[in-house]
Design a binder for this molecule. Structure first.
Ligand code: WT7
Length: 656
């Protein structure tokens, strides 16, 4: 976050209470109701969650222990048997919701589809049977690399139905990144499409899968299931690759949901951290189902008349929890949009809101800042009066963007839920409950009931009001990640050891800096580790550095974030070259292309600066703090006495 944003957040005093009309109709109607829930959950978390699990979800068999907590490993609803696909589909078929729209989909070229709960159930069952036919059984991992089409959600639910953990890889990731993830997850089948439509172009997916699997580089993968979307020419390898439309007609629509253990793995989702290799975040079944169900219900205040639209991609946790599982578990109507604002129609989002009468809209601050830049004429020329609630996620929102969202999109009538959470937390952790908690622009406000969040110093002591510290969580919650796939020690190290456990009490370390104000409101400032937040997506500096160093011209690379008006942060790379290579525009272009191939376009550095040497300490550690200052065009602040060679800094300052 830029200094200017931090300044404006520090001075933010505006407060927006929900209208009495909104509160009266909301699930949680008042601050008092919130406080009661919060206190109940705090004093007896197990009873709190167990009652909700009983009331809100269908279980094949009840658990015998609510929580088994052997820090840092938690098990929720031990020995309970449940299936999230059953909770998202089957149980609605015995109610009037059977013929309610479950999924409304709008393609970028303007084609569309609506699937009722009965239709979605049928599609999921068929898809599940095809997966079985391709050799997938309970416990096998399935890779999903898809555009934003209904089959992405269908594939996820089909995996969940037969107990095959899915690992969705965002369609913007490169073949290289896909291969690493397929290998780490040991995926047996990959589900993909020929391509998808985005920003007036075709995003090719099948060719990337082919590249990832080339030379048997991902040997666990036995079959590839391909959905036809864009109809461009793709190659199909006999015996390995299968068109969905060829297998679908013979697939039975009867596929009972597999009774899963509450702690069986539901999915792996890779996310960046402060080391080079992305972590496979593991989520399990029962706790995740309950947590995404409750957070969706109370935060988005879903009613049966709502048309709910989350603009995330299913390749991120937001898509998992708040396009697919949370809304469907609640029997809601969830909208999925394939495209993105683009030259030919910068106002396409508002067309979708108007066309379907969207009532709840959830997007990211980076998108809001892009809308501001595109101009008010686009939203103002559409009818947005159906909207009643807005949300944001992914990064801190600057108060000015919040105010614009409130006025121009929300017509000053819609509460805004600024939701703080992470891939690791499974669901939203700090957020207003919209009928109960007054909002302040730039603050995610208060913890969700059952979430004991706090701000502490490195010794685990709470910091005084309005002072910055580390954001932590004191008690396990049902939606928390269970481990890093294949690496429980990394799980312990990354999240539970930065702050030493005290008296056996483990604190979950989120990796964010934050403060709490006089009303107990949380203000999240951003990452405190080597993670950059580009357009709400997390990228590890080391990950981008490894990609750069894998290019033959590069000797060393140091990557930092710099404030960016639209993206929040942009990537700046400081690079030293191997002998015989010349710095220049051609190499800049080539390195940006190289990073795109290694990771994906989201990791492409906005700025590459060639230098003779990097500023290091005497022990050889790169001083990123100095580079961050330089990247932002600021004076180098703080202590530079540990710098080994001061002339390096002078040269970098000189714009070398
Ligand atoms: C990181 C998690 C969870 C879905 C999207 C990103 C930042 C997320 C907020 C918010 C301030 C936020 C944090 C967090 N973040 N939401 N409302 N206010 N910061 O998921 O890729 O796992 O990234 O995003 O820094 O640690 P993710």
């Amino acid at each position: 976050m830029s200094e200017a944003n931090i300044e404006s957040i520090l001075h933010e005093k505006r407060i927006f209470p929900p209208s009495s009309e909104f509160s009266q109709n909301a699930h949680i109607k008042s601050l008092k109701d919130y406080q009661q829930l919060y206190e109940k959950a705090k004093s007896d978390p197990q009873t709190f969650w167990a009652e909700l699990a009983q009331q809100e979800l269908d279980w094949f068999q009840k658990w015998d222990t609510v929580l088994d907590w052997q820090p840092p490993f938690a098990k929720w609803f031990v020995n309970g048997k449940i299936n999230i696909s059953y909770n998202c589909l089957d149980r609605h078929l015995t109610t009037w919701r059977k013929n309610k729209a479950a999924l409304i989909w709008e393609g970028e070229p303007g084609d569309s589809r609506t699937l009722t709960y009965a239709q979605l159930h049928r599609e999921v069952c068929k898809f599940a049977n095809v997966l079985k036919q391709l050799g997938v059984s309970k416990g096998d991992t399935v890779g999903i690399y898809m555009p934003m089409i209904p089959e992405a959600a269908i594939a996820m639910l089909a995996c969940a139905r037969i107990g095959a953990p899915h690992s969705v890889v965002f369609g913007g990731f490169s073949a290289e990144a896909l291969r690493d993830r397929l290998n780490d997850a040991q995926a047996k089948v990959v589900i993909t499409a020929d391509g998808g439509f985005r920003k007036d172009a075709i995003v090719p997916l099948k060719p990337q899968v082919d590249k990832a699997l080339e030379n048997n580089a991902a040997p666990s993968v036995e079959n590839v299931l391909v959905v036809q979307r864009t109809r461009q020419q793709v190659s199909m390898k006999t015996g390995r690759d299968h068109w969905w439309h060829n297998l679908e007609p013979n697939a039975s629509a009867n596929c009972p949901a597999e009774p899963m253990d509450s702690e069986d793995m539901l999915f792996i989702l890779y996310t960046s951290g402060s080391t080079g290799k992305p972590k496979g975040v593991v989520h399990t079944t029962g706790g995740y189902n309950l947590y995404t169900h409750m957070t969706t219900k109370w935060i988005f205040d879903l009613q049966d008349t709502d048309v709910y639209w989350c603009t995330a991609d299913v390749g991120w946790i937001t898509g998992h929890s708040y396009i697919v599982y949370g809304p469907l578990s609640n029997g809601a109507t969830t909208l999925m949009y394939e495209g993105a604002p683009r030259k030919s129609n910068p106002g396409c989002f508002w067309d979708v809101v108007e066309k379907y009468g969207v009532t709840v809209f959830y997007t990211a601050p980076t998108a809001i800042r892009a809308f501001i830049k595109m101009g008010d004429s686009h939203p103002k020329s559409r009818n947005l009066s159906s909207l009643r609630l807005l949300g944001t996620v992914g990064e801190p929102i600057n108060p000015e963007a919040w105010m614009w969202y409130h006025k121009v999109i929300g017509g000053e009538r819609c509460p805004i839920v600024d939701t703080w959470w992470q891939t690791e937390t499974g669901g939203v952790m700090i957020t207003p409950l919209p009928g109960a908690i007054s909002t302040k622009p730039g603050s995610a406000t208060r913890p969700f009931p059952g979430i004991l969040a706090d701000i502490v110093d490195l010794d685990g002591n709470p910091v005084p009001e309005n002072e910055g510290g580390y954001l932590i969580v004191r008690h396990p919650w049902p939606g928390m990640m269970r481990t890093v796939y294949g690496d429980p020690e990394r799980f312990r190290r990354t999240y539970w050891e930065h702050i030493a456990p005290k008296d056996g009490n483990y604190l979950y370390f989120a990796g964010d800096g934050a403060r709490k104000d006089e009303d107990g409101y949380f203000w999240v400032m951003g990452r405190v580790d080597d993670v950059i937040n580009v357009s709400g997506h997390r990228l590890g500096t080391m990950e981008v550095e490894s990609a750069l160093v894998s290019h033959p011209a590069v000797a060393e690379a140091a990557v930092v974030g710099k404030p960016d008006e639209i993206k929040g942060e942009d990537i700046v790379a400081f690079v030293t070259l191997e002998g015989g290579h010349d710095a220049g525009d051609d190499l800049t272009k080539e390195l940006r292309k190289h990073v795109t191939e290694e990771i994906g376009a989201i990791a492409r550095p906005g700025d590459i600066r060639f230098t003779d040497a990097l500023p290091k300490t005497r022990s050889g550690k790169i001083m990123r703090r100095l580079l961050r200052n330089l990247a932002a065009g600021q004076e180098v602040s703080g202590d530079t006495s540990t710098l080994e060679d001061r002339s390096v800094l002078d040269k970098l300052r000189g714009g070398a």
